[in-house]
Design a protein around this ligand. Structure first.
Ligand SMILES: Nc1ncnc2c1ncn2[C@@H]1O[C@H](COP(=O)(O)OP(=O)(O)OP(=O)(O)O)[C@@H](O)[C@H]1O
Length: 590
């Protein structure tokens, strides 16, 4: 059983369509997980799947882990990001109805797409901070408002078409179009859906809402809607998120209204940290710390232009070491970068400075950039050991791999892997004496193919995925200046949840919590990004800044280290200054 307070219990037990809004750490994700459990408990009374949509794959894994902890059978639950949902429930099964997908398709990985866009921007004479949106509107039009950004967008899409790949924005648009063009698809998906839960609803983009509402409207037996979110944490607005009020959500789903409930208090942070971040969003009002450690002082520091950018990694390493010395577990420490581009360089430096510490950063894993690749799905099953705690997670992963085989590769799984349980049994039995991680995987994949009597040479989609998987991993090792371990033990650690000190962007750790948070790059131009400062009205830029700082600081339970390093400059050599709101922050720092 998940422990709930009265407000939380009311939200979980409420009937009908519900929107729950509340401040950080008030238990929104806990309530969503409990609502999923309730729906799974009620599965006898109504057929259909429970869908729990999260913003990141990490958050989806977290829900599965929480169910594993509770020893709850996740049969009947599907959880993942809305992109994975659109892929798995709409694009893969119904690709033959879509001209762009009919002949097979591959989803491009995020790194490749970002790099491609950056190089096209450069060729068009744009700065790295100029925003080019790759998103599409409901009618298929792009979201750029100048000729030059639109040209870059078109060149980017043309290159994707040439490579016969689609990006995540195409995934949403094509899924939405399929639902529009073929209402029977929306009705079929709606008919097998019993409850739709959405975490972080404030960051849902317009097309994502459109997909969900199309399914809802087409369903004869309406699924129950359960949304949780916090408008003060809507940090994706500049990327197209809607931050919809309950009223607007009701309109989108054609409902006369939707019941709105609120939660109060914070179970995560010390009162000292809460009082610090509340200053960024004064309209939030008082937030009372409810955790047992709320009265502790913890540790709160702010290095305002006192650390030079060249000493930044060393200073962060010192703070990580201090937290580890104080007994904090590595996975309970998080370094937050202001933007995605800052993660990789810092992660590499930290790996060099603290060789005995494990790190968990997007750019560090040689495998994670292939998240949607079939072989990634097999690799994570091979690299995680069967244990009762992970059964549900691994069963869902196995199900995804089978779906992928069936729909993308158009290969009907043979008897020995027809169900997730059988696939797991087969993969659990495979091993290799290879000690190099990639050689190990290649050996195990070969055994797997033999067991299912499939020749990869005869199946183009599978072959491309295979080459992409190993090609990207090798490329990753070749690009990294510091030597990253490639032994099989290090590969296995990548999938052991939780593993090491997390390094990610503010967007990547949304919804998460850590004992210790070390946030750097808190400078005007990074928080918010230059493109917001230059292209949006001042009040919008200020609002973005306050939300980013609010989200960053509210991840911390006890220790919060804020760093505005000196020595960062614009391309023209102008020094970056501390983010505006940090300059007026009232707090006694250690
Ligand atoms: N009733 C409760 N009793 C004890 N702990 C709780 C309770 N409710 C929530 N918590 C704990 O408080 C922490 C924050 O909860 P949760 O992550 O669900 O908050 P949230 O509202 O989703 O936060 P955010 O908006 O930052 O994503 C978690 O560690 C959770 O387990």
């Amino acid at each position: 059983m998940i422990k709930l307070n009265d407000e939380q219990r009311e939200a979980v037990n409420a009937e009908g369509n519900i929107v729950v809004t509340a401040c950080p750490g008030s238990g929104k994700t806990r309530v969503l997980t409990a609502r999923v459990l309730r729906a799974l408990d009620e599965r006898g009374t109504r057929q259909g799947r429970v869908i729990a949509l999260t913003y990141t794959n990490r958050a989806a894994d977290e829900i599965l882990a929480r169910l594993d902890e509770q020893n709850i059978e996740a049969e009947g639950l599907w959880t993942g990001t809305i992109h994975s949902f659109a892929l798995e429930w709409i694009l893969r099964p119904y690709a033959p109805y879509c001209a762009e997908l009919r002949h097979g398709f591959t989803v491009v990985n995020e790194y490749f797409a970002r790099n491609l866009l950056t190089s096209l921007k450069r060729s068009a004479g744009l700065n790295w901070f100029d925003a080019v949106s790759t998103a599409r509107k409901r009618d298929g039009a792009d979201c750029n408002d100048t000729t030059v950004t639109r040209d870059v967008y078109q060149a980017y899409k043309a290159e994707l078409r040439r490579l016969q790949v689609i990006d995540f924005d195409d995934v949403l648009y094509l899924a939405f179009r399929l639902l529009q063009d073929r209402p029977e698809i929306a009705a079929t998906v709606g008919a097998i859906t019993r409850v739709i839960c959405v975490d972080e609803v404030q960051d849902i983009q317009d097309l994502q809402f459109a997909i969900l509402s199309s399914i809802y409207k087409a369903a004869r037996n309406k699924p129950a809607l359960f949304f949780v979110g916090d408008e003060h944490q809507s940090i994706y607005e500049s990327l197209g998120a809607m931050s919809m009020s309950p009223q607007l959500i009701a309109e989108e789903f054609d409902l006369p209204g939707i019941r709105h409930l609120e939660l109060h208090g914070n179970y995560r942070s010390t009162q000292r940290i809460i009082d610090l971040y509340r200053q960024f969003r004064p309209t939030v009002g008082i937030i009372t710390g409810l955790s047992t450690g709320a009265a502790e002082l913890g540790h709160v520091t702010f290095d305002n232009l006192t650390i030079g950018k060249d000493r930044l990694a060393a200073a962060i390493a010192e703070r990580i070491s201090a937290a580890l010395m104080a007994g904090v577990a590595a996975q309970d420490i998080c370094v937050i970068a202001p933007q995605w581009d800052h993660i990789k360089p810092l992660a590499r430096q930290l790996v060099g400075l603290l060789p005995e510490v494990d790190f968990d950063a997007p750019g560090l894993s040689p495998l994670h950039s292939s998240y949607e690749n079939f072989w990634f799905k097999i690799a994570r099953l091979v690299l995680t050991r069967p244990s009762p705690k992970r059964t549900r997670t691994r069963t869902q992963w196995a199900g995804e791999a089978i779906t992928e085989l069936r729909h993308i590769v158009a290969f009907e799984p043979p008897e020995n892997i027809r169900t997730p349980r059988r696939l797991l049994r087969l993969l659990n039995s495979l091993s290799s004496i290879e000690t190099d991680g990639l050689m190990f995987l290649s050996d195990v994949f070969a055994q797997f193919l033999r067991h299912i009597a499939l020749d990869v040479e005869t199946c183009l989609a599978l072959k491309q995925a295979y080459e992409g998987f190993f090609g990207k991993a090798e490329e990753h090792f070749a690009n990294v200046e510091e030597r990253l371990p490639r032994d099989i033990g290090s590969f296995q650690r990548l999938f052991n949840h939780p593993s090491g000190v997390v390094i990610n962007s503010c967007h990547g750790v949304k919804g998460e919590e850590y004992d210790t948070v070390i946030a750097f790059g808190l400078l005007r131009g990074y928080v918010p990004h230059w493109n917001v400062i230059y292209t949006k009205p001042t009040e919008v830029a200020q609002d973005q800044e306050s939300k980013l700082l609010y989200v960053i600081c509210s991840r911390a339970k006890k220790r919060l280290h804020l760093i505005a390093e000196s020595g960062r400059t614009t391309r023209r050599g102008v020094s970056l200054d501390t983010a505006n709101l940090l300059r007026t922050l009232r707090c006694t720092f250690d």
